[in-house]
Ligand binder design. Sequence first.
Ligand code: NAG
Length: 369
Amino acid sequence: MLKKAILVGLLAAVVYFVGTTVKMLGLHLHYYKHHPGTCRVVENAGLSSEDFHVTSEGLAFITSGVAFASAPSGFIEFQEKNKGRILVYNFKNPKKGAVGLKIKPSKTLDLAKFKPHGISVLEDKTKGEHLVYVVNHPIPEPDAVEKFRFNPKTNELVHLKSITSNVMTTTNDLAVVEEDKFYITNFVYFNERSLATFEGLFQLPLGGVLYYNGTGFTQVTPALVQPNGVFLSKDLRYLYVNMPMEQQIRVYKRQKDNSLAPVQVLPVYSAVDNLHLSQDGKTLYSTGHPVVYKILAHMEDPAQKAPSQVLQLPLNLKTGEIQMDQASELFYDHGDLIKASTVGSVYENSLLIGSLMDSLVVCDSVRAA
Ligand SMILES: *[C@@H]1O[C@H](CO)[C@@H](O)[C@H](O)[C@H]1NC(C)=O
């Protein structure tokens, strides 16, 4: 009797695990393509544009060439041929395409090992000398946040310093509050590939959001399952966190001590990657991977098509909440124009979309929300 009960229990657990895994992988999903306006590949951008940050004057600072130690081998091999770069795309001068910025390194930045991931820009609205913070994975060295100053006259990024700590595991994205103060996601815990795969498959909560106060890091959320992109509201009161494994966006309210209080956990039915806000702060754009098994196959073999999707999410500016009943899908592509989108945002009437290992795309004549 007991044996039978244990067997039934075990079987139920296996069925549950297989069922939730099949659902998470999206083996049953199919969507239809739609583009808002005319979309095309941005010239001179090359391949890979994992994250970007658009300033109020319409400059998108773009990271290209991301890789991290525990990523699938196909992904790492692809990116070994791709130099780590920061590009700029000017929405006000689209004919110029994307331009690679010269980087003036300091002692602590080895450009040969530069593998930029998340990016956040603190704007200097008077001189345009923005502070640019970038998550870097200088494999086999531990992760660091690289701080640069942008020189708009010479189109150069001057490296100022590297911020690192043993509490950073594999980090992903950051959101700068003020100079040298930021939120950053601890994304994957294990540095070794098979352990990292295990961590993902079993959705182990070994990540979280950290706050850097200028001298040290503090974890400001409970343990989370692989938190990815982060973005602050325009008034800096709320932090939005993409949770691709759980296919959710989490909204937090910043407290006086910079810790985070949960406001909303929103199911979005997509493995959402990076976030960006519209310039007026009223709309959040969440971009990612609606069919998970296809992005996994694409990371193993970059030639495999993976779909791209940009979600347009209106915000309630008082409560910080996402208004899910007003949410819409702004862009969907099967991977023909752009594979595996990772970030998107609308500036005036143009939608810019970046990707893990594929093109950078811009759509013109977009009717924003
Ligand atoms: C900054 O954070 C570190 C690490 O948590 C802490 O030791 C330090 O006291 C904090 N400094 C300030 C000024 O709050």
